[in-house]
Every structure is written in C-alpha cells, then in structure tokens.
Design a protein around this ligand. Structure first.
Ligand SMILES: [Zn+2]
Ligand SMILES: [Zn+2]
Length: 351
C-alpha cells in the first residue's frame, strides 16, 4: 500500500520553489491537522525564499493560515473535526526565560509553521492545538488574516493610543491597511496615511483613513502646515529606515512613535536625543504577535477591521512562484494580499 500524499509548495534551495507530492501529515498527541483553506503570502516568505531568517531547506512556507480541523490527536480539548480555525504559527516552549515572563514570541526555542516547520502552502498542515483558535462567525478568508492582524493587535497593546488620538501612518500595503484599521479600532479618531501608490490610498480612504497623501519633497512641511502641533501617534509599516528617521519631528509633544515595519537588520538611523527629551516622546517597537489572535478575531467579528478588500489575488499552489514574485513587486501586480488557496484546488476529502 502506498502512503497517501498531498501537494505542497516547497522551497528546495535559495531562490527555488516547486510543487511536490509530500506524505500526508497526521497529528500526534495534543496536535491537530488542518485542511488548509488559504494562506496569505507575506514578506517573510520572500525572505525565506532567498535563504534569510536562518531558513533551512526543504521548507514548506506560509504562516498566515486558516482552514478546517480534519483530524485531532489524543488530548485535544479546544476544537473538533470540521471546526473552522485561525492559526498562530508561532510555537513556544513555555519553559524558557521569555516564555516564563509572558513574552512568548521571544521564546528561546522558537519554531514557526512556514518558517522552521512545514507551513500552509500545502493541502494539510499539523500544529499544536494551543495554536489554533476557533473562528466561528468568520469566513475562512477572514480567518487567514489572524496572524498579520495579530501582529497589529500586539502593536496596539504596546501602544495603547490615547482616546481620540490623531495618527500618521506611512505605508498602505496590506499590513499598513491592517495597522490603520487597528489604530482606529484602538481609539485613534483620525489617521492620515502616506503611500506612493494612489490605488492604495484610495483603499485606505474606503477603509477609514481621514486624509491620504503621496510623498513628495516637501511632505514634512505640508504635514506640519496641516497639523501644526504634529500627530499624537506616528507609525510606519514600510520598513524603510528613512521613514522611521522622519517620524519624531512629526510627533506631537507627549506623543508616541511606533516602529512596526521590518527594516533591514543592518540599517541605522540618526535621531535627535534632544528632540525625544524636549518633546517627551516615546519610541516603541512591536515584534510579531503575542497571544493576540483573539483580539484580531474579535475585531474581524465586530467589523472593525475589514480584510476582504485587501485580497487582490487567489492563486493555486502551482502558481507559487508567481505569488512570491507579486510580493517582491507589489506595485507591478497591484497586489495587496495574495492568498495561496490549496483548499480551492480539490474537493474536500470526506471527514
Ligand atoms: Zn506574515
Ligand atoms: Zn520559550
């Protein structure tokens, strides 16, 4: 008897990705198997493709996963076969210095689906039951945003914007659109959004931005003309060091600067310590997500964060190369969120 197999997109070496038939995985004790509905393509997948982030090959990427539980191992308490679930892809040990202080995303024995373990660019994936969250009341598409929106939720728990705050956000890609909505759902009254791409700005408007602008040489002057006291919160979802460097000057006295984008590891910026001191500024970083999937799902259920308009492409596994290329050149493809949809390629197997 041959073992059943499933299609999966596999990075085999830096820059090389192909669809392979892999043995179907099964859950061990405390684990569940997910029949993947959709997995969002993220900048992290692109980094992994190029061998960054300590990637070990072969690797099935994809960490923004939703799907249906279709097999449960012994000892699983929170879900049953057939449940729609959202995943937190980060596995933590619960025993190390950081885990014992509740900073699970900094676990010293960190593993993650789609990063160090097989992820969601496959028909099935297996993970601990601790990492799945029932997603009743949501669509499977919505549930696939649990991870990136969970990162936004962690950022908001770090930031805790004051009620009625004015915010300035650079970057209106998919994560920027989520961050903007997260700011509004967390008490900001107005968000000004800056991005070079007009389509993205139009979408930001639709999703609640109070003001949108394209960057230009005198952008700082224009922003300070319109907002002479600066913004209570300034944030970026660009990972561009020069953008981070410009934030403190646009931040109001007593305000907060949120560094949310992923800048290159070696990048440096210059900040005026006097400005931080004299204006009573707080500069905050926010890394990944930390038990914030429930908040993300609540925002989605309440309609406070809308994600459907962000899905610009749905691609089968066979087009994984194209999907990653869109992530590399989002401007060309007009891509916001690209979903790999292994669940749409085959009729669901009988439970
Ligand atoms: Zn991601
Ligand atoms: Zn740990």
């Amino acid at each position: 008897m041959t073992r059943p197999t499933m299609p999966a997109a596999v990075i085999t070496a830096p820059g090389q990705v192909e669809v392979q038939e892999l043995p179907e995985p099964h859950p061990g004790p405390g684990q569940v198997r997910i029949r993947v509905h959709g997995t969002g393509v993220c900048g992290t997948d692109l980094h992994l493709l190029h061998g960054h982030f300590g990637a070990r090959f072969p690797l099935v990427p994809g960490h923004e996963i939703s799907g249906w539980v279709d097999e449960v191992g012994p000892g699983v308490l929170n879900v049953k076969e057939g449940d729609l679930v959202a995943l937190d892809p980060n596995l933590w040990c619960g025993q190390c210095h950081y885990c014992q202080r509740g900073l699970f995303q900094h676990c010293e024995h960190h593993e993650a689906l789609g990063v160090t373990l097989p992820g969601g660019f496959a028909r099935y994936t297996v993970c601990p039951a601790t990492n799945v969250y029932p997603a009743q009341g949501l669509t499977a598409d919505q549930a696939s945003f649990a991870e990136p929106l969970g990162c936004v939720a962690w950022g908001m728990k770090r930031l805790r914007p004051p009620p009625g705050a004015s915010a300035l956000l650079f970057g209106a890609g998919a994560i920027g659109q989520l961050l903007m909505q997260g700011l509004l759902a967390s008490g900001c009254a107005r968000v000004t959004v800056v991005d070079p791409v007009q389509d993205r700005l139009d979408l930001a408007r639709e999703l609640g931005a109070s003001e949108v602008l394209q960057p230009h040489a005198d952008l700082k002057t224009e922003l300070l003309d319109r907002h002479p006291y600066g913004f209570d919160v300034t944030a970026e979802a660009t990972g561009v060091p020069a953008v981070v460097q410009g934030l403190p000057e646009l931040t109001a006295v007593g305000g907060q600067v949120l560094v949310f984008g992923v800048a290159p590891e070696e990048a440096q910026v210059s900040l005026s310590p006097y400005l931080l001191f004299q204006r009573d500024l707080s500069v905050l970083g926010s890394f990944a997500l930390n038990q914030t999937v429930p908040l993300a799902l609540d925002w989605l259920r309440a309609g406070r964060v809308k994600v459907e308009p962000l899905i610009t492409h749905r691609l089968p596994l066979a087009r994984v190369g194209e999907a990653l290329n869109m992530k590399a050149h989002p401007g060309l493809a007009g891509a916001q969120k690209v979903l790999m949809t292994p669940g749409e390629e085959t009729a669901p197997p009988p439970l």
